[in-house]
Write a protein that binds this ligand. Sequence first.
Ligand code: HEC
Length: 205
Amino acid sequence: MSRFHTASGLVCFSIALLGCSLAGVSCARGGASRALVPDDYSAWRRSTEQELSYTIPGHEASARTIFMNPAGFLFQTDASGTEFPQGTVIIKEIRPLGQVTAAMPAPMLTVMVKAPEDERARGGWLWIVKDTATASEMVFTSDFCYRCHANANEAHPYADLNPMGSFRDFVFFVPGMDTPALPPQADSVPGQGSGIYAEPSGDGY
Ligand code: HEC
């Protein structure tokens, strides 16, 4: 689990959102022709019905709702793992805990777009943060997002825990595989000392 903690200590979204001058981030105003993130995603199905309000590294303490476009639900799973088709869009709404309700627009979206031929892609995905107030979209061309999401391809403490360490195409919550394999309990993640749904022990994120 140490990689989660290491990655979370390096950067957080609030720092990244301070400006577009950071290395490894390319920015675009969400114009009609250039926007990567569609506005009309609220009718899409959710990739998990789980309540995501526990603290996780990278996405901080927040309430999160994940939507996936219809193309994404055509993902294939076989013995070699899971793969999402080109054109898959996964949008995660992020709301600060306690300040907004689910009915209010989410101030921030983190987004994965499967576009392996795009030169900005990492692991076959574009990694995007959208500020909904300004409609600006930032594509993360560094390995910040990608490096942590590589943990989804191994056993990890989210969703069904990926106990077999199957390739999951960098996606933590694969629809239909989102039921926790174990009931949440304090010692459910060996070596971590806190449960899947527990608050972390205060090591800096
Ligand atoms: C330190 C780890 C970490 C980093 C860094 C990180 N994420 Fe995630 N991300 C997660 C975890 C864990 C989840 C599982 C869902 C949840 O609990 O919010 C997730 C879920 C997501 C999802 C929903 C799809 C899924 O995997 O279930 C999207 C979209 C997403 N992240 C986008 C991003 C983007 C874009 C970045 C970079 C700007 C990023 N993430 C950086 C850990 C990380």
